[in-house]
Design a protein around this ligand. Structure first.
Ligand SMILES: Cc1ncc(C[n+]2csc(CCOP(=O)(O)OP(=O)(O)O)c2C)c(N)n1
Length: 633
């Protein structure tokens, strides 16, 4: 058994070993407290008291149970340790120091400018799988890692998550608790540091461990209640967690916030600050030490599972046919999945609307139904990409907003995510505004380093998706519910950061920029304008971020007038992207930003576009007004 072969703090045998192990764990916990206090004092900020409560929990874990190769932090067989309570970073860095992952000079840079030891852990350090610090994220991401271990990698690594008790109020934690037991994740252990206090005062249930145990137990977990400062109890709890088969385990540990420093123990008002009189505190704890440990070794022989892969054969569509881009997304995703065995797909229980079901039917082993739990869907994807899988997550664009904080944090995690939001805009029609994605371009554009693609026809969707699948960072594709005409041939080339000029002459008087459903409206408008003798340039802005500023600037300079049209709120969408790029380039234009500005209701798609003033008629009117045509007054 892995626990017996573990290299613990000491190397003595038999009876004496138990006692000396326990002494060594206590010593290590003491060192973790001292190190947490001293680095926070040095930085004059941080969360030492939140670190001190979990010192024994972590000392026993890393000495005996956490199987990890410090020299190879990305090794497939390593266990994973995530501080869901990321603010306890002093404790986390104290562990890294003790296992030799960082050295003493670096330890002293905690929270200082340029340091890898940021206020909350991020993957700037190779030992950190994912960024935490936004509470309620570590456990759902851990579910993703544990799922990956069971169903994708098929390796026996374990995932250990340290949670705070105040953090347990987050809804995403309960999404994770439900998902983990449903998936029988006995390779996942939640360690709940019940220190009774949160940031501003007592937590809801303070030290009532039974409340946690009953609720978490009713979610299908094995639960163990312990005194989190009793190293023997902590040791026994980990052994029991490992021995528990078929369900995940939650260790619910009663602890004391600020433990070890009499004047701060279990007192409100010391959260998130250096310990008062830190020198005295360190003296009270017995002074500094430099214990170094070697965590137990993982099994080096096992290899991650690899699925079979074949040829890439992207779908093609006949020009003139009417196909929804969401349908083309589903077809293309399945085609990409056939060629790239690392592609996995997560569904928020709308796979027959987003068309991820096409992939799911073909590759059930790489398809994950996350049910209507968007935070868990994105977290699981973040966990999967830690191990090199390429997760595509799809739901209605509107519902991705529920997981926005997880997407934001995924960027901090330097994660590679592939997102699709379907049912974009008012053009979904009768279902009404609750189902309409009208904020997604703005929100996804605002994510650091993101890519935002918005195809307008089926062939373009397939080709852009193939490019997106090889792109890093947070990638988003916006798809349309309505069938739209196929306007591009299957052999046309597109690029991330590109655009396509569909109508142009040397004497264009106005530029119309659209994408997705509004591109067809823009083309219709250009025809109407042409009949009036107004020459309009039409640009398909399928890459909203990065933006093809070169083409836009050239068009703006050539025509002096720009109309943008989008099925999205005016704020932060395609139009604002275009006009801010033009302003930055110093291109002076007369502009009109057509976007949704009314609260839509139910109507047919055509009526919706018309009521929102983003249909062909609205574009014609705006263009005429700019050019000074007959409807301009
Ligand atoms: C989503 C979110 N909301 C609020 C905060 C601010 N915050 C940081 S720590 C904390 C209290 C956490 O208490 P607990 O989970 O019990 O951990 P402890 O510090 O007591 O160990 C709060 C509210 C946050 N980081 N994330």
């Amino acid at each position: 058994m892995e626990t017996d072969t573990a290299m613990a703090v000491n190397t003595t045998q038999d009876e004496t070993r138990t006692h000396s192990d326990q002494d060594a764990w206590r010593e290590l916990a003491r060192q973790f407290r001292v190190d947490s206090i001293r680095v926070a004092a040095n930085a004059n900020s941080g969360h030492p008291t939140s670190s001190m409560s979990a010192a024994e929990l972590m000392a026993v874990l890393v000495s005996k149970y956490f199987r990890y190769r410090v020299d190879e932090p990305k090794s497939a067989n390593n266990d994973h340790l995530i501080f869901s309570k990321g603010h306890a970073s002093p404790l986390y860095y104290s562990i890294l120091l003790a296992i030799g992952a960082i050295d003493e000079p670096e330890m002293e840079t905690y929270r200082l400018k340029g340091s890898r030891l940021e206020g909350h852990p991020t993957p700037v350090l190779p030992f950190v799988d994912v960024a935490t610090g936004s509470l309620g994220q570590g456990l759902p991401i851990g579910v993703g890692l544990a799922l990956t271990g069971k169903r994708l990698d098929r390796l026996d690594y374990r995932t250990w998550i340290l949670c705070g008790d105040s953090e347990m109020a987050e809804g995403s934690i309960w999404e994770a608790l439900a998902a983990a037991s449903f998936e029988n994740l006995d390779n996942l252990t939640a360690i709940i540091d019940v220190n009774r206090l949160g940031q501003t005062g007592p937590t809801r249930y303070e030290w009532d461990l039974d409340v946690y145990a009953n609720r978490i137990g009713s979610f299908g977990w094995h639960t163990i209640e312990i005194d989190g400062h009793d190293v023997a109890a902590v040791d026994a709890a980990y052994a029991e967690a490992i021995a528990t088969k078929g369900k995940p385990t939650a260790i619910i540990a009663r602890t004391i916030k600020g433990k070890g420093v009499a004047w701060e123990e279990n007192k409100n008002g010391f959260h998130g600050k250096p310990v008062d009189d830190s020198d005295d505190a360190i003296r009270e704890l017995g002074g500094r030490s430099s214990i170094r440990i070697v965590p137990p070794s993982p099994d080096e022989e096992a290899h991650a599972h690899v699925f079979a892969a074949g040829e890439l054969k992207l779908p093609t569509y006949e020009k003139g046919a009417k196909v929804a881009t969401r349908k083309a997304f589903g077809d293309a995703l399945a085609a990409l999945g056939a060629a790239d065995e690392s592609i996995v797909v997560l569904d928020g229980e709308v796979g027959n609307s987003t068309y991820t079901e096409t992939f799911g039917n073909r590759f059930p082993e790489r398809f994950f139904q996350m049910y209507i739990a968007e935070q868990q869907m994105i977290s699981a994807a973040v966990g999967m990409q830690v191990r090199g899988w390429k997760p595509f997550s799809a739901t209605f664009a509107a519902f991705l907003s529920r997981a926005y904080d997880f997407i934001r944090m995924a960027a901090v995690s330097q994660a590679n995510l592939y997102l699709c939001g379907s049912h974009a805009g008012v053009s979904i029609g009768e279902d009404g505004p609750s189902q309409m994605g009208l904020e997604d371009i703005a929100s996804l554009r605002a994510v650091h380093g993101s890519t935002v693609l918005y195809p307008s026809d089926a062939n373009q969707t397939a080709r852009l998706l193939a490019l997106m699948a090889n792109n890093k960072g947070i990638n988003y594709m916006r798809t349309t519910r309505q069938a739209t005409p196929v306007i591009y041939g299957a052999d046309e080339k597109f690029e991330i950061g590109g655009s396509r000029v569909l109508r142009s002459t040397d004497t264009d008087q106005v530029t119309i920029v659209g994408a997705g459903i509004t591109l067809g409206e823009a083309l219709k408008a250009a025809d109407t304008l042409a009949a009036d003798g107004i020459r309009a340039r039409v640009i398909d802005l399928y890459s909203v971020k990065p933006l093809d500023t070169k083409t836009l600037i050239a068009a703006a300079r050539a025509t002096g007038r720009v109309v943008t049209v989008e099925d999205h709120w005016a704020e932060g969408g395609l139009g604002e992207a275009v006009f801010s790029a033009l302003a930055e380039a110093g291109a002076t234009v007369e502009g009109k930003l057509l976007a949704v500005r009314i609260m839509p209701g139910s109507a047919t798609p055509e009526e919706e576009l018309q009521m929102a003033d983003i249909d062909a008629d609205a574009i014609v009117k705006a263009a005429r007004a700019l050019v000074g045509g007959k409807d301009s007054k």
